[in-house]
Design a protein around this ligand. Structure first.
Ligand SMILES: [Zn+2]
Length: 238
């Protein structure tokens, strides 16, 4: 997308009482040239718990490490990135994770988790109908319609990029998760006002998957694929 030219030259002609004006202009420039905002939500700890763990690593750690790599890759592509957590072990309730995505008007919120099961590989989840939590029902039906093609495209790209690397378990409704089956959708999806997908990046209780995602090169490959999926999923929706 073409942005307006950055008016720093014009700023130089403005008298310097206005450092605040400079900051405003800098912000305006940034949003003109960086049209996409991605909110990255590294899973856990939250009110639903600390997540799973493998023999040696925790879901919290893998989600955090991949989130930081994904942030770095997206920023290099001039994408605006907002994280829901500022440190690995920060506790953030799911409703507050949704608020971060809403407040930055994210084009896409991507939530990173690792699964616990007897299987292997990655799965993408999205809200395809409303759920209710604490008397609040969401997401909005218009948003549910918007999310479907984004989630579909996101998963297609991820499957393509991770072919031969991690097994694809498909694109599934939020209600196929333990938390989603309780509320009808995942808690952050219910409270989201922006498109949202959740990726269970691997099965951490599977030693093969644990070994794979514990490796720095594999984490980088996973983050590259996730970045590609984020950006390409939005190409199609614009
Ligand atoms: Zn989790």
């Amino acid at each position: 997308m073409q942005g307006t030219p950055c008016p720093f030259g014009w700023y130089r002609s403005v008298d310097m009482t206005g450092f605040a004006a400079f900051l405003l202009l800098a912000t305006a420039c940034q949003s003109a040239t960086n049209p996409i905002t991605i909110c990255i939500d590294p899973g856990h700890p939250s009110e639903v718990g600390l997540g799973t763990r493998g023999k040696d690593v925790t879901e919290i750690h893998i989600a955090w490490v991949v989130a930081k790599k994904l942030e770095e890759i997206l920023k290099k592509q001039k994408v605006n990135v907002v994280l829901t957590k500022q440190s690995e072990n920060q506790f953030v309730k799911n409703v507050d994770r949704a608020k971060v995505g809403n407040e930055c008007h994210a084009d896409l919120m991507i939530r990173l988790h690792c699964d616990a099961s007897s299987g292997t590989g990655f799965t993408t989840y999205f809200p395809d109908h409303q759920g209710t939590q604490n008397g609040f029902t969401g997401p909005d039906p218009a948003l549910i319609k918007r999310i479907a093609p984004i989630a579909k495209r996101f998963h297609e790209v991820l499957r393509h990029d991770l072919d031969g690397f991690l097994k694809d378990n498909g694109l599934l409704s939020d209600d196929k998760t333990a938390v989603g089956s309780k509320y009808g959708a995942l808690i952050a999806s219910i409270h989201s006002q922006v498109p949202v997908v959740l990726v269970e990046m691997c099965v951490l209780t599977n030693p093969k998957d644990e070994a794979l995602v514990s490796n720095a090169d594999s984490q980088a490959r996973l983050a590259e694929a996730l970045a590609d999926a984020c950006v390409k999923s939005l190409d199609k929706s614009r």
